[in-house]
Design a protein around this ligand. Structure first.
Ligand code: DX5
Ligand code: ZN
Length: 214
């Protein structure tokens, strides 16, 4: 379970990080948006570097940016443990994956809702993470796209048939109401922003999401 800090209270960022540290969450999910690949701008390396100083769990950085290869080394320096690029933003996806691994990070590829899983066929064995977007990237708080369950099943099948080890991460509109079904379809890591940070008891919601994932 990976809380997305996009929905955190940035005036209380230190406390939010400590809450995630105390919780049963596995990773910090950090969303970077450039206003080009997606129609929104979030935060970048300086904020990630601050979070990293306090975080006691791996930082999972989700790049929703064009030309991610230009910044991979900077995100490593800022503290990214895993770096996920969007397939739709990469002309030379294989090269980008090798670059991320060469820098010593776990390599992830994210797929927009319309992007078929089969496009990963020739790189799946190189990947540590596949991030299935269950909303169109760019904003928190959107409605979960139901087709995602089927897509996770297709990806699970591709991973098994290819003898690959990639984790399946699902991001967008995830909450206690769909967590168990996502895990049943084959998801390993659930990302949740608003479900966690808008809840009256975020730590409890993280625990709930975690237990539905078991
Ligand atoms: C959306 C981001 C998500 C976002 C999820 O583009 O990639 O990580 O924070 O937010 P919720 O859980 O509110 O849909
Ligand atoms: Zn994300």
């Amino acid at each position: 379970m990976a809380p997305s800090l996009l929905a955190a209270n940035f005036l209380e960022l230190g406390n939010e990080v400590e809450m995630v540290n105390r919780s049963e969450a596995d990773w910090f999910h950090l969303d970077v948006m450039d206003g080009r690949f997606v129609p929104n701008i979030s935060y970048g390396m300086p904020i990630i570097a601050q979070i990293k100083k306090k975080a006691n769990k791996p930082c999972d950085v989700h790049l929703m940016i064009e030309e991610p290869e230009k910044y991979a080394a900077d995100f490593k320096k800022a503290g990214a443990d895993s770096l996920t690029v969007h397939l739709e933003a990469c002309v030379h996806l294989h090269r980008n994956i090798q670059q991320i691994k060469g820098l010593g990070m776990r390599a992830g590829v994210a797929l927009n809702p319309h992007t078929p899983v089969m496009l990963l066929e020739n790189v799946i064995r190189d990947l540590d993470v596949v991030l299935i977007m269950s909303v169109n990237p760019g904003f928190g708080g959107q409605t979960f796209i139901e087709q995602t369950y089927h897509k996770i099943q297709q990806l699970r099948q591709l991973i098994t048939e290819s003898n690959a080890h990639a984790l399946i991460e699902v991001d967008g509109g995830v909450g206690p109401e769909n967590a168990a079904r996502l895990v049943k379809a084959g998801a390993n890591v659930l990302v949740a922003g608003s479900a966690v940070f808008s809840s009256p008891d975020p730590e409890k919601t993280i625990r709930l999401l975690k237990t539905s994932a078991q």
